[in-house]
Ligand binder design. Structure first.
Ligand SMILES: CC(C)(COP(=O)(O)OP(=O)(O)OC[C@H]1O[C@@H](n2cnc3c(N)ncnc32)[C@H](O)[C@@H]1OP(=O)(O)O)[C@@H](O)C(=O)NCCC(=O)NCCS
Length: 234
């Protein structure tokens, strides 16, 4: 990968995606997300050419300077942009497609339970919002968006938006997805409890029968008293 072409493309990506962007020189100088990305290009090259310790040392220095920690082994596509940088972690087995954007505080990490490929794969043109965590060996499809603050632990289909904790798809192919139906399908407590409903019905019937029995008993005792009264008069 030609580093000068990468720099030119990335600066253009910032112009396209950041309304606050100024001229190329200022962008080149003042975007720590770009500095971290360009360092990673070199560190990835070092990693792939057997200079792994040097790559790791360099990536830690980059982290110190930019607040962005990208493992040198992570694979990152073209026109990658981390807006505002700071607090961004990209794990070792992460794969990121072309034209992706991350905001500050994003973690592309593992769940701590997996080994081998344990970090996410992002398709092309994926956006991950501020403070979001995308965890595990999951796939975020092309053109998908992850809302700020979300914690996504399962695949997100292409052309979708996932928000919340745990991340749920709320928009797919431009159409709203009904969250309530999804939640009902995902949570056992919302499934119909047929046995419970039957028991509830039986309980109500028993209460009705008890009430009727009390009335009958009351009637009987009145009739007995009347009988005793008539017998004593005779
Ligand atoms: C998710 C996001 C990308 C919008 O995607 P979208 O496909 O246009 O989705 P919509 O705006 O149509 O929102 C769909 C639903 O999700 C909700 N939603 C949007 N973002 C959300 C978030 N981060 N967390 C929780 N819910 C969110 C909306 O309120 C809406 O719900 P409603 O219809 O019940 O009101 C955007 O809201 C977001 O979070 N962007 C991150 C930007 C960022 O990090 N900026 C930092 C700048 S410093």
């Amino acid at each position: 990968m030609n580093i000068f072409r990468v720099i030119a493309e990335d600066i253009q990506a910032v112009k396209d995606r950041d309304p606050a962007a100024q001229n190329s020189f200022v962008i080149w100088l003042t975007y720590p997300g770009l500095h971290a990305r360009w360092s990673h290009v070199i560190e990835h090259w070092l990693w792939n050419h057997g200079l792994r310790s040097l790559a790791r040392i360099s990536s830690q220095f980059t982290r110190f300077m930019t607040g962005v920690e990208i493992h040198p082994a992570a694979r990152i596509g073209r026109r990658f942009f981390i807006d505002h940088a700071m607090g961004v972690i990209i794990g070792e087995t992460t794969i990121i497609g072309d034209d992706c954007t991350l905001y500050q505080g994003v973690t592309l990490g593992g769940t701590g339970k997996e080994t081998g490929k344990r970090h996410p794969t992002l398709g092309n043109n994926v956006l991950v919002g501020v403070g979001a965590s995308v965890l595990g060996n999951i796939t975020i499809g092309d053109n998908a968006k992850v809302g700020g603050g979300a914690v996504v632990v399962s695949d997100v289909p292409p052309n979708s938006t996932a928000v919340g904790i745990p991340g749920r798809v709320v928009v797919r192919d431009g159409q709203r997805v009904e969250i309530e139906k999804q939640a009902a399908a995902q949570h056992k407590e919302n499934l119909p409890d047929l046995v419970g409903e039957k028991c509830e019905g039986l309980g109500e019937r028993i209460a009705e029968l008890e009430a009727e029995m009390m009335q009958l008993r009351a009637l009987l005792s009145v009739n007995e008293q009347e009988l005793e009264f008539t017998a004593s008069e005779d």
